[in-house]
Design a protein around this ligand. Sequence first.
Ligand SMILES: O=C(O)CCC(=O)C(=O)O
Ligand SMILES: [Fe+2]
Length: 213
Amino acid sequence: MLDLFSGEAPWSEPLAEGAQVLRRYALAQADALLAEIENIAALNPFYHRITPGGHRMSVAMTNCGDFGWSTNARGYQYSREDEESGSRWPPMPALFRSLAVAAAKEAGFSGFNPDACLINRYEPGAKLTLHQDKDEKDLRQPIVSVSLGLPAIFQFGGFERDAATQRILLEHGDVVVWGGPSRLRYHGILPLKAGIHPQCGAFRYNLTFRRAF
Ligand SMILES: O=C(O)CCC(=O)C(=O)O
Ligand SMILES: [Fe+2]
């Protein structure tokens, strides 16, 4: 998985028990990941969804895999179909799966078997307020989160929304894995700063892999 000839070799930074940043872990595959995102978005375009509270999310989303995460006036859910297009989510590309499984293993979670990949697209000013990922049935499986494009500040907190947070700059190719005792930690993304990334233009993309069911 690791291509030590593409420049920087990956390294890891612990965040908490069961949580770490794998720096540049996805860098060697970044161009191929972006090409797959483009294919997926051509079938199931990015949408700004509406939260149960009636707010339009600043992050635009699509999905691939057996299940996709979305929100609407009724709540948050995983579904096999994209309610915007009425079609099934595209399959999870083999490259996505192998990267997520290898990153999880690298972080100490062997046997990760994701059935859902949420693809988030951030434009300048877009943010994700502190939240827990808790719509999944099996919380023993970790979260694997891949950052591409413009840098963003990731907040990684505790088990209550108002607990202190660490602030971590995530850059192109970084992967965060959290699970085990950290699986339900609050986390979020601060408003994206404007910029132009050589591969992603004015955007940041994030792939969030989970086992939903
Ligand atoms: O964009 C990120 O890095 C985090 C995304 C996230 O937390 C989520 O989609 O639940
Ligand atoms: Fe999340």
